[in-house]
Design a binder for this molecule. Structure first.
Ligand SMILES: [Zn+2]
Length: 346
């Protein structure tokens, strides 16, 4: 990804600057995680054997332990905090921390789904403490359950996750009826979609609920998790987006961001590496308002055998499958409209 961003010239644009991330401090991590859990991650990272670590989600196939894991995760969290600070301080209108976001399943007391310390929750906690209202949009193929949990009772953070339904995919949550608790009731929104949903139907769902809710919420900051495991070649999931379908989402998020004035973007899941490199390079170019050529520079092609940023349009789903997909997705949209829209007088 970084190599493709470099050879495409995106990092050299006059309005793009690279920032060096700082490392998140332990006290910052502990704003959103139990100190016992944070200490266990630190001890394991330093080589200690901790019996019972599986209770904390550690040492599992999704969350193997390794030396130095505390420092690398703290640096990832720090990259999201650096991006947040650049935007909230007014030094930048938009900041993209592609290493962040993949921790969106991490819970206060446990690791989950490749996530150890939840950078998005930690960054948004700091923003809420500074009095800011944040709209979090998670377009990863998996439900952003850890982020939802992090601010489930708060009306200061609107979390919206659009994902492949938990009926078919990890973590098995993210249903429409999960709308928050207490003061946060109505401020958690879930848009579960049918497997094999393609660009057109995905965008239909996005357009129906996300812009109206964000506009009604009137946040101070837009925070987006840009997972690209929705890609049709992704080996772990079953949504069927193309890189150009993904980039169109980034363009739509950019329109919302321009109305709000502050946009922090992080990465997320993505297990087809060609899709990751191309999509996040396209995303950065979109954020910089720069038109990429359609061809990938030859110097990158020689390394990765890629020729174009966009995918060849995939075959459309057969009519009978499309009917099932549309019926599942429209039920989701009806439920979101009836459960959440009244709260925002939409
Ligand atoms: Zn994911």
């Amino acid at each position: 990804m970084h190599e493709l961003m470099k050879v495409s010239g995106v990092l050299d644009l006059a309005n793009v600057e690279s920032a060096v991330p700082r490392i998140a401090s332990k006290s910052e991590i502990e704003t959103s995680h139990d100190p016992d859990y944070v200490s266990i991650v630190e001890a394991i990272s330093n080589g200690a054997i901790v019996p019972g670590m599986a209770e904390f989600g550690l040492g599992t196939s999704d969350n193997p332990v390794h030396s130095g894991m505390y420092e690398t995760t703290a640096l990832t969290v720090g990259s999201t905090l650096t991006a947040s600070e650049l935007v909230t301080s007014g030094k930048a209108d938009i900041a993209f921390a592609p290493a962040g976001g993949v921790h969106h399943h991490a819970m206060p007391r446990s690791a989950a789904g490749f996530g150890v310390f939840n950078d998005a929750v930690i960054a948004m906690t700091a923003m809420v403490e500074a009095g800011l209202r944040v709209a979090y949009i998670d377009i990863d193929c998996h439900h952003g359950d850890g982020v939802q949990m992090g601010h489930y009772d708060s009306s200061q953070v609107l979390t919206i996750s659009i994902h492949e339904s938990g009926k078919w995919l990890f973590p098995g949550t993210g249903y429409t009826h999960e709308i928050g608790v207490g003061d946060g009731t109505g401020y958690s929104v879930n848009v579960p979609l049918a497997p094999y949903t393609q660009d057109d139907e995905w965008h239909e769902a996005f357009d129906a609920v996300i812009p109206p809710l964000v506009r009604a919420f009137k946040p101070d900051v837009l925070f987006t998790q840009l997972g690209i495991d929705t890609h049709y070649q992704d080996p772990l999931t079953h949504l069927s987006l193309t890189t150009q379908g993904f980039n169109l989402v980034v363009q739509k998020l950019g329109v919302l961001a321009s109305e709000i004035g502050k946009w922090i973007a992080v990465g997320g899941g993505g297990y087809d590496l060609s899709a990751v490199a191309r999509s996040w390079t396209m995303a950065l170019a979109t954020m910089a308002n720069h038109d990429l050529p359609s061809e990938i520079p030859a110097s990158f092609y020689s390394l990765q055998h890629l020729t174009k940023f966009a995918d060849a349009p995939p075959e459309r789903n057969e009519e009978r499958f499309l009917k099932e997909i549309r019926s599942y997705n429209s039920k989701t949209l009806d439920e979101v409209r009836s459960l959440v829209f009244p709260k925002f007088r939409i």
